[in-house]
Structures are given as structure tokens and as C-alpha cells.
Design a protein around this ligand. Structure first.
Ligand code: HEM
Length: 404
């Protein structure tokens, strides 16, 4: 049995950059086995390879085209199969159809209309934290999490009061499950999500509202554009993608500012840098490490390597965005960096649908925190910060205790 790859060790999860640097230099396309469910895959670590693979139609995401053995190996339950029927696991033409059903709800112009509401949520969260404890807080649970989850919940039309459930369920999705007990827990979570969305759909069917869920239910009732399974998958994707990532962008970004007091100072004294600062947070500490998997639809050559049909291939966006051949001095955090063509939102047809929303939320969050808590700093030693998940998928911290 292969030893655990260093990327999966506790040290590797806390700071993967030295490992990625070596991989980019020595084995830019490497073989790794995910240690929990023993899933073998190829990991791409260079910018050029990652961006190339993400727009190469010889790699697909639709698991119904995958080999039955591979599908069986990753299978968790019927509910997860239903939840997984969404645009991020579809190839054209299904992908095009599913994405076009919601694309107009996420354009920069529409999203800009949410600015006032997002700013109010951000202000209220800081005020509530100050009222609770005027000396400090855990930034993750009291600010970074509730902000995007409230926004996406309001947009979809699901009660924000259910956010504790989402939080609990989503955490399970990013927890390694290799024992029977953990797998049972994962299945129960899939069931809870599935039931939740089915009930929500029934409620909107009976009584449509002015929200995204009602709009999608109407499309499903039309029959030809969206099946019931696809509707459930869509809600699951929007809810999970719509908050889990943004939480970690806000947290990682604020941590980067606290790690670099001169950049913190520079941004605080020049608000015109806000936009480029958010881009640099996405590049330097983007929250999506490797949720970006594809499998080969045929035997093929890629980057000088032969890849067999059905092999899994994963792009490390975090590594790509620290590629020294693409970004001068990549480990330097520079809130004014330009140009900054990072791929933290992916690339190609699956480029993040929520990017305008995520950018707006992060800009408002950072601006609000800098203004209201200008002396924010870490409340515990840097080394004590724990990664939020031992899976390679997200680059995130469990908690971020700060003092004001
Ligand atoms: C896709 C990152 C926030 C919705 C993606 C992908 C990445 C990404 C890397 C592509 C994955 C792949 O190609 O395999 C991020 C980051 C975010 C963020 C870093 C925040 C900082 C959001 C938000 C939404 C959202 C707020 C809200 C709706 C989606 C959807 C897709 C997607 C629907 C699938 C698009 C498709 O398959 O065509 N995101 N995301 N994301 N994201 Fe985001």
C-alpha cells in the first residue's frame, strides 16, 4: 500500500506550498492516491497544464459516461446521485441547458443590485459580534460564514433560519469518510439535503414566491427544460457552491492581511485598491484547491503524458496560481498586483457562475471589516490555526479567532 502523499498530511494541509513548488519543478503531472477512499488520480500543478485541461473537451464531468466500476467505487447513495445531477457534473449539451436556466440571475448587473442588502448584512454581523463580546470573535462562525449563506439563502428563497442545518450538512461533505460509520453519516446527510429540497419544491409548487426556487420550479413544470432530479441538483449546487467557497475567501483574505501588516495598512489607507486586493486574495489564498476534477473521455496524450480513458485528472488551482512561470514573485501578497489573471474561479465552460457575486461579497466584507475593526489581529499563535478539512478540496481554516 502506498504511503500517504505529503499533501494529505496535517503539515501539508496547513501549508501545501512547499510541496506544490517541488511538484511544479519536478513532476508537474503526478500520480496520487486519495488516502481515505483510495481513489487514484493525476494531479496537475502548473498554470499552463491546469488552464489547458479545464478547457479541453477530451476531459468530461458527466459521471454517467464514466466506467461502471469507477462509478461504483465512488457511489455513496441514491440521494447523492440525485444531488449530483447539476451543471458542474454535466457536459454539453446538458451543461449548456442547465447553466442557461440560471445564468441571468448571476450577471454582474443583477448582482450589483444586491449591494445594499449585502452591506446591511455585513454591518449587522459586525454590530452583533461587538454586542456579544467587544473584545473579539471567531471570524469564521460569526462573520465569514453567515454573510454568504444569508445572501445565497435569500436569493434562492430558502429561510436563512435553516442555515445552521446547511452548515452542519456541508461540513460533513468535506469530512473524510472511510469507515462504515462515517459513510453512514455521509449517507444520512445526503438524505437530509435531499428531503429538505424536495419539501421546499413542494412548498413552492403549492405557493410560488418571487424567488429563484419558484422560477426553477416553473421551469421544471414546463417539463422539457429541467427534470425534478436536475432541479434538486441545481438547488444543492447553488446552495453549497454559493457559500462554502466565499466563506473561505473572506477568512483567508483577512488572514493574509493580518499576516502582511504593510499590505493591510496600504489597503486601509487607499480604498481604490479594494478590487485588486480581492483579486490578489483569490490568487494568493483562493479557497478552491482541487474540487476541479475531470475524467478522460478517451485514451489521450496530455502534457507529454499518456492518460487512459476513465482516468481521473485534477487541477490544483492553488498551485497554478502560485506558478512562478506565470506570476512574478508568486509567494508575495501584493494588494495592487497587476496583471493578475488567476484561475481561482476555474476556466473554460465551468468557469464559476457566481464569480460576480463572490467578488462583490468579498469586497463588501473586507471594506466593512477594515473600517469597523481597524485594529483586528489574530488572537492565537499562527501555527495553531487548523485546516478546515483533511481532504484536498478546499484551502480553508476551521476557525479564525481575532481580537479587535
Ligand atoms: C463553479 C470557485 C463562489 C456558483 C466554480 C468553479 C470554481 C469555483 C473553481 C469551477 C469548478 C470546476 O471547473 O471544476 C468559486 C470560488 C468562489 C465561488 C473561489 C468564492 C470565492 C460561488 C458563488 C456561487 C457559485 C457565490 C453562487 C451561485 C458556482 C456554480 C459553478 C461554479 C453554479 C458551476 C458552473 C458550471 O458548471 O458551469 N466555482 N466559486 N460559486 N460556481 Fe463558484
Amino acid at each position: 500500500e502506498a504511503p500517504m502523499h505529503p499533501l494529505f498530511t496535517r503539515e501539508g494541509r496547513k501549508d501545501p506550498h512547499p510541496i506544490y513548488r517541488r511538484l511544479r519543478a519536478e513532476e508537474p503531472i503526478t500520480r496520487i492516491v486519495e488516502p481515505y477512499r483510495k481513489i487514484p488520480f493525476r494531479l496537475l500543478t502548473r498554470y499552463a497544464d491546469c488552464s489547458e485541461m479545464l478547457r479541453d473537451p477530451r476531459f468530461g464531468k458527466d459521471f454517467t459516461k464514466w466506467s461502471p466500476e469507477e462509478r461504483q467505487r465512488l457511489r455513496v447513495s441514491d440521494e447523492f446521485e440525485a444531488l449530483g445531477k447539476h451543471m458542474l457534473s454535466a457536459d454539453p449539451p446538458d451543461h449548456t441547458r442547465l447553466r442557461s436556466l440560471v445564468a441571468k440571475a448571476f450577471t454582474p448587473q443583477i448582482v450589483e443590485g444586491l449591494r445594499g442588502r449585502i452591506a446591511t448584512i455585513a454591518e449587522d454581523l459586525v454590530s452583533a459580534a461587538l454586542a456579544r463580546d467587544a473584545s473579539g470573535m471567531d471570524l469564521v462562525s460569526q462573520f465569514s460564514y453567515p454573510l454568504p449563506v444569508t445572501v445565497i439563502a435569500e436569493l434562492l428563497g430558502v429561510p436563512a433560519s435553516d442555515q445552521d442545518d446547511f452548515r452542519r450538512w456541508t461540513t460533513v461533505l468535506f469530512t473524510p469518510a472511510d469507515t462504515e460509520e462515517q459513510l453512514a453519516h455521509l449517507r444520512a446527510t445526503g438524505f437530509a439535503f435531499f428531503q429538505y429540497f424536495m419539501q421546499l419544491i413542494e412548498r413552492r409548487r403549492a405557493e410560488p414566491q418571487d424567488d429563484l426556487v419558484s422560477g426553477l420550479v416553473a421551469a421544471e413544470e414546463g417539463g422539457d427544460r429541467l427534470s425534478t432530479q436536475e432541479l434538486v441538483g441545481m438547488l444543492f449546487l447553488l446552495l453549497v457552491a454559493g457559500h462554502e467557497t466565499t466563506v473561505n475567501l473572506i477568512t483567508n483574505g483577512m488572514l493574509a492581511l493580518m499576516d502582511h501588516p504593510e499590505q493591510h495598512e496600504r489597503l486601509a489607507s487607499d480604498p481604490s485598491l479594494l478590487e485588486s486586493a480581492v483579486e490578489e486574495m483569490l490568487r494568493y489564498c483562493g479557497p478552491v484547491e482541487t474540487t476541479t476534477y475531470r475524467f478522460a473521455l478517451e485514451d489521450l496524450e496530455f502534457g507529454g503524458v499518456t492518460i487512459r480513458k476513465n482516468e481521473l485528472v485534477v487541477a490544483s488551482l492553488l498551485s497554478a496560481d502560485h506558478d512562478e512561470s506565470r506570476f512574478p514573485d508568486p509567494d508575495r501578497f501584493d494588494v495592487g498586483r497587476k496583471p493578475n489573471k488567476h484561475i481561482a474561479f476555474g476556466y473554460g465552460i465551468h468557469f464559476c457562475l457566481g464569480a460576480p457575486l463572490a467578488r462583490l461579497e468579498a469586497a463588501i466584507a473586507v471594506e466593512t471589516l477594515l473600517r469597523r475593526l481597524p485594529r483586528m489581529r489574530l488572537a492565537i499563535p499562527r501555527e495553531e490555526l487548523e485546516p478546515s478539512s483533511m481532504l484536498l478540496l478546499l484551502h480553508a481554516k476551521k476557525r479564525l479567532p481575532i481580537v479587535f
